[in-house]
Unconditional design. Structure first.
Length: 176
């Protein structure tokens, strides 16, 4: 791949950010509320938490990542339903204070299979180091063992399993 560059997302990228999240949650359609969240600054899926990958002058993919200490507050701003219920993701937290969390990663089909995820991971790890973190974490759907192998090849190690919206996931972490 040529002309590969990582850029910070902007509020006007909200629709693409929502697509990244929907892909990570195996949704065929992108719910409208996710599009609104991408344009905000206080949600899990904010443009402020998103780095985009451009290849051949096209958006190729993106990674949403952030300080784990902000997760719970941002989750409340993201997953409150119109009736006031807060959707939960289980008893084991996805991330905690002291972790830099890689939340959602997705690529446009044309750009999959080229190892470009490593470009975004390298960028996120560098951001985490600059911010003083010594640990990066993510969760990986158990029904995609090749993803877990890919993350292990980067140095992530499995630590726990958890239910995330009725999906069994493994939590993996990387010491940096």
């Amino acid at each position: 791949m040529e002309n590969v560059v990582v850029i910070s997302a902007k509020p006007e990228d909200a629709e693409f950010i929502a697509w990244i999240v929907a892909q990570g949650m195996h949704m065929n359609d992108v719910p409208s509320f996710l599009k609104k969240h991408g344009a905000r600054e206080d949600t899990l899926y904010s443009w402020k938490n998103t780095r985009l990958l451009r290849c051949e002058d096209k958006l190729a993919g993106g990674l949403i990542s952030y300080d784990g200490a902000t997760h719970e507050e941002r989750r409340r701003n993201t997953w409150v339903m119109p009736d006031g219920r807060l959707l939960g993701s289980g008893d084991v937290p996805e991330t905690t204070t002291g972790e830099y969390y890689l939340d959602s990663l997705a690529f446009v089909p044309k750009f999959r299979g080229h190892g470009l995820w490593r470009v975004l991971f390298d960028d996120a790890v560098e951001m985490a180091k600059r911010a003083g973190f010594h640990r990066v974490a993510l969760i990986c759907d158990e029904s995609y063992p090749k993803l877990a192998q890919r993350y292990a090849s980067y140095g992530f190690k499995q630590e726990d399993t958890l239910m995330y919206f009725d999906t069994l996931c493994r939590k993996m972490a990387l010491a940096i």
